[in-house]
Ligand binder design. Structure first.
Ligand SMILES: [Fe+2]
Ligand SMILES: [Fe+2]
Length: 177
């Protein structure tokens, strides 16, 4: 498929928009989980460490939004509440459900970032390098979640399937809106 000259910029802007929204959503998920778990359990310490990496990811896309004049998502208030709620609800079900949430989200984010890396090719070295780095960290988050009982969560296949579906819908929406 070939793209018209304006398309490349539009597609790149959409990438930055959806990534910034997603990293913001990730921060809110972890904030919701920590609000329920409290800060002192060993699991909470690990979640805080992952949240710190999400802050770094978000800061990069915040900078891209400004530098490249990309319109940020109009859904920010929604991601704020929806992310926090997803984190809080899964943590309230239990630590394994919280980990199942992370495993599901990061599985989708890994695929999403891989698509972007393929799509960008060599056209945007700075963006590609950042996405590659973040993708590796998202995979660490997923592996940590799987190593900490994600798959033992109640109704894991259903929970995981629902959250992954939610991620796909959110990604599709945040590209445009
Ligand atoms: Fe991230
Ligand atoms: Fe992550």
């Amino acid at each position: 498929m070939s793209w018209k000259p304006g398309d490349r910029r539009e597609r790149r802007d959409a990438m930055i928009r959806v990534d910034q929204a997603g990293e913001f959503g990730a921060i809110r998920i972890y904030a919701g989980q920590l609000a329920i778990m409290g800060q002192r359990s060993p699991m909470a310490r690990k979640i805080s460490a992952m949240a710190l990496q999400e802050e770094k990811h978000r800061a990069f896309f915040d900078r891209m939004i400004v530098e490249r004049g990309v319109r940020p998502t109009l859904f920010q208030p929604f991601w704020d509440v929806a992310g926090f709620a997803l984190g809080a609800v899964t943590a309230a079900i239990g630590p394994e459900a919280a980990m199942a949430c992370t495993a599901a989200v990061e599985t989708e984010i890994d695929k999403h970032y891989q698509q972007q890396i393929d799509d960008l090719g060599s056209s945007e070295p700075e963006l590609s390098a950042a996405i590659l780095e973040f993708q590796a960290e998202e995979l660490e988050h997923r592996d940590h979640a799987l190593a900490n009982g994600a798959e033992n969560a109640v109704a894991y296949p259903v929970l995981s399937g629902l959250i992954r579906l939610g991620c796909k819908v959110a990604i599709a929406a945040a590209k445009r809106i």
